[in-house]
Write a protein that binds this ligand. Structure first.
Ligand code: 6PG
Length: 241
């Protein structure tokens, strides 16, 4: 766990992101990045769009994917794509943007279409799983990550790559990558900020034996790395500082 002051959180997250993307492109000629939504990534996306950072990563060789998407149109204020596009992507020479179609009238069909796109772009067979170079994840105060909420079928899904998840708060229906995909990643960077995340963070790091593990605690890629970037407020509230 990397605990940093709130004021340096965006820069540390941006540095990790561009470093991993640069490494992946140097190694494979391409990098696959999956973005989460929510509010925590906003400051990081905004920083990456500033002149100093705009050329810090080989963006034209980066494929940008989404970890999850609310079932809303891309121009809706709740759209994860809409947030990433308006804060960062519209400023970048990105040529490979793979949007989850949250606006689709049939979310299940949109989930299967994304699975097809993942298999096509990653060159996978019918049972293959994509290995992202970097996945940026957040964690809700309830310990959810992506749109994998405690006690939901989406969290328990072990075969599909993308499913329709159910959030307890609106927009309720969400398209989400599943745990098997998250656990295939080379790198996962959790971005956790704010005192309200303290109790969930404490449960992830010091799990009470009589409680099921929180969704975020289940992201442990056996052949990958997980970095928890946590601000001081969240760490203090979790008694980890
Ligand atoms: C979403 C995100 C979600 C988010 C957490 C944390 O679509 O909302 O993918 O998993 O990462 O809810 O959100 P905050 O960063 O806003 O606390």
């Amino acid at each position: 766990m990397l605990i940093v002051p709130a004021e340096t959180f965006p820069e540390v997250a941006a540095r990790w992101t561009v470093t991993r993307l640069g490494q992946a492109v140097r190694r494979h000629g391409v990098a696959h990045l999956a973005l989460s939504g929510g509010s925590t990534p906003r400051s990081v996306l905004r920083l990456l769009a500033t002149p100093t950072w705009l050329t810090a990563a080989p963006w034209s060789q980066v494929h940008v994917w989404w970890v999850d998407e609310r079932c809303v149109p891309p121009d809706h204020h709740e759209s994860n794509y809409g947030m990433a596009y308006s804060l960062l992507l519209r400023h970048l020479p990105v040529q490979h943007i793979h949007r989850l179609h949250g606006e689709a009238p049939d979310p299940e069909a949109a989930a299967r279409a994304y699975e097809d796109e993942l298999r096509r772009v990653f060159g996978l067979g019918p049972r293959g799983r994509p290995r992202f170079d970097l996945i940026l994840l957040g964690m809700g105060a309830d310990g959810h990550t992506a749109s994998l909420f405690p006690g939901t079928a989406a969290l328990a899904e072990q075969k599909r790559l993308v499913v329709v998840g159910q959030a307890p708060h609106p927009p309720h229906r969400r398209l989400t990558l599943t745990l098997p995909v998250l656990n295939r990643a080379s790198w996962v960077l959790f971005l956790v900020a704010g005192a309200e995340k303290g109790p969930a963070l404490a449960q992830v790091w010091r799990p009470a034996p009589d409680r099921p593990p929180l969704p975020a605690a289940l992201v442990r890629p056996p052949r990958g790395n997980v970095i928890w970037l946590v601000d001081e407020a969240a760490a203090r509230a979790a008694n980890l500082r």
